[in-house]
Structures are given as C-alpha cells and as structure tokens.
Design a protein around this ligand. Sequence first.
Ligand SMILES: Cc1cc2nc3c(=O)[nH]c(=O)nc-3n(C[C@H](O)[C@H](O)[C@H](O)COP(=O)(O)OP(=O)(O)OC[C@H]3O[C@@H](n4cnc5c(N)ncnc54)[C@H](O)[C@@H]3O)c2cc1C
Length: 375
Amino acid sequence: MDSFRGVRTAVIVGAGVAGLTAATALARGGWQVEIAELGPSAATSGWGLCLTGPSLRALDELGLADACLAEGYGMSTITHVDVDGEPAGEVELPRLIGARRPAMAGIARPVLHRVLHAEAERCGVVVRYGVTAVAVDQEGELVRVRLSDGTDRRVALLVGADGIRSSTRGLLGLEASLGFHGQMVWRALVPRPSWATGIHQFAGKAHTAGLVPLSSEQAYVFLTENGVERSVLPDAELAPRLRDLLDTFPGRVEEIRSLVSASESVVRRPVHTALLEGVWNRGNAVVIGDAAHAPAPQMASGAALAIEDGLVLAQEVGRHESVGAGLQAFVSRRAPRCRTLVETSVAIIGLEQARRHQEAYPLADACHRLMAEPA
Ligand SMILES: Cc1cc2nc3c(=O)[nH]c(=O)nc-3n(C[C@H](O)[C@H](O)[C@H](O)COP(=O)(O)OP(=O)(O)OC[C@H]3O[C@@H](n4cnc5c(N)ncnc54)[C@H](O)[C@@H]3O)c2cc1C
C-alpha cells in the first residue's frame, strides 16, 4: 500500500507551469509523481510571457533559470510612456539572481514549457495526456483518485494544478471567486525592434499597450482594452482591430502598429482573476497555481506564483511528519502573498479603467518589491 511514510506518491492534475514545477520539485525530494494532463500533447499555446525576478529566482532554485535566459531575452527595465508619447519614468528592477544576470526574461510559452517538461521527465515524472481526475476521496492517510480512463490511484498527495478553470477545485468542493473586470487583452507576435531591450508600457487615452521582447528576434505586443464586454471576434478581424486600437497612441506605438500589420498571430482574451476564499486543501489534496490564485496579467506574475507554489509545496511536505501538516504549512506560507498579488492586479485594473495610470505605476512597483521578498 502506498503511504506517506513508505513510498511517497503524488498525482498532479495539469502539466502547466505550476504542475511541472511542483512535479520536478517533489520528484527531487524522492516522490514518485504522475501528471494527468487533459491536453493531447506536451505542446502549449500562447505567445509569450515575462519571467519576473521571483520567477527567475524560483527557476534558478530548480537549476533552470540559465536555460530560460539562453532561449529567452534577459532584461532589467520597464519604461513607462505617458499618453502624449513622452517618457514617464524608467524602473530598474532588482536583480534577484545576482548582479551579473538580468532582472527578468521574456520567453515564448512553448519554450518555457519545453524546458520545464524536459526537466520533469529527466527527474522521472510520468506525464499522461488526454487524462483528468474525475473523482477524489480521502481514504485514511491516502487520497483515492479516479482518472477519466477508468483507472484508480491511491496516493499520499493529490495536487490540482489545472489552471484558472480548475475542475480539481470543484471535485474538492473549494470555492473560488472568479472575476471579469471589463477588460480584454490582446497579444500579437512581432519582430523585436532594436530599441526594445526592456519592457515598454504605453499609457493611452482609453487603453494601455506595451512591448515585451521574447528573444533577439521576437517580441510580443500587448494591448489592454478597457470598458468592454466579453466578446469573440472573427479571426480575420483581429489584426485590423488591434491596429485601429493602437492608432490612438502617439509616438513609438506607430512603429509597433506597422509591425502588427504584418502579424498573423493576434489573439484577444478576456482578463479574468480568481482567488480561493478559504483553505486550498481538503485532507491530502491541494490546489496550486492559477487554480488557487490567478492574478490579472498586469503584474506579469502569475507564473512566478505558480513556480513558487511548486517549490514551497515540495519544501513543506518534505519537512513535515504528515502530508496534512505539510499542506497546512504550505497554504499559510503562500496565501497572504498570493492574495496581495491578485488584489493588487485588480486594483491596477480599476486605475487603468479610470485612466489614473500615474497611480497604477507606484502600486505595481510596490507589489514587485514585495514579491522580491523571499517566497
Ligand atoms: C494574457 C495573459 C498574459 C500573462 N502574462 C504573464 C506574464 O507575463 N508573466 C507571468 O508570470 N504570468 C503571466 N500570465 C499568467 C500565467 O500565464 C499563469 O499564471 C500561469 O500560466 C499559471 O500556471 P498554471 O500552471 O497554474 O496554469 P496553466 O498554465 O493554465 O496550466 C494548467 C494546465 O492544466 C491543464 N488542464 C486544465 N484543465 C485540466 C483538467 N481538468 N485536467 C487535467 N489537466 C487540465 C491545462 O491544459 C494546462 O496544461 C499571463 C496570463 C494571461 C492570461
């Protein structure tokens, strides 16, 4: 029989950022880990994301920061530009993995996924695709997990890392408040302009926009559209609509706008946040990452929280006598930080909607400083 004091076995639901890092960290601590991923393969979608200092620090603990920096784009500054196209300040972010390495990195999502996936498999983690958990019961010290292929597992730990719409959260009866805040976010993959050596954020009269380098060749343009309902546009309308929205910005955005004209990779998604109101676990089952706390993209820190969750989870179940005690310690260590980040991201949305950008920047900077504290 699997038991905590014997073989440490875990099932993780979801092979995203949180699931893969938790799997690697647990496997390195001697756990046998299996991931049930609903998607059909190791591929992931989406253009890119920014790995902030806390992300890089957590990846460095796993020995993966240099691989991400080698394939991504290391940078250390955020340049704010005001509604008239004039510089409104440059923030130099703290270099959390040493003065010789950059403060953050832009990286294509499939590249990050490949790095995390390869390491998990190297550590012996088994990833099964097209499978999910359909029932969960605590049986003494073990969790019985029924998978959608009809098989059962009895494991010491179940981790729900299945994203903002987590079904594991539902199976555990945990309540999350999910919010839509009247914003749609746009992304377009473009060639990196030579001046884009850090993140640029442009305040607009109605919306906000920006540019994040992903490699020496590529960058992504983002635009956050304010005061809109959730809606879906036909693919053919996406690039022309994004160009129209960027037309309202002065200065350098004009150049970005012309790059979008040539981009065939424009996506538009609603901005959602999620936060678990109470505990994150039931017995020996817990949810982590976006399943527990999904901030809005404005703080560029959802992946940081997800990676930290994976590391801290492995640390706490490793240092406690029982999984239950480890999970309690994990949640007490993580919940305040994750709540602050989600709530700050929602406050920033409010300020953006009210066109009070100058108040949003210090709020974001203060929250980045808080996130720079150890996880
Ligand atoms: C537009 C946008 C931009 C962002 N930009 C940034 C950024 O720049 N920096 C940053 O740090 N963060 C950013 N984020 C946030 C970041 O993407 C998330 O916080 C992070 O991906 C969360 O990781 P996760 O593993 O918890 O969830 P996910 O990445 O969503 O992974 C969940 C995994 O679970 C799988 N899954 C889903 N349902 C099931 C199921 N029922 N059974 C099994 N598997 C399932 C999915 O297929 C997926 O593989 C951004 C988010 C958005 C929406």
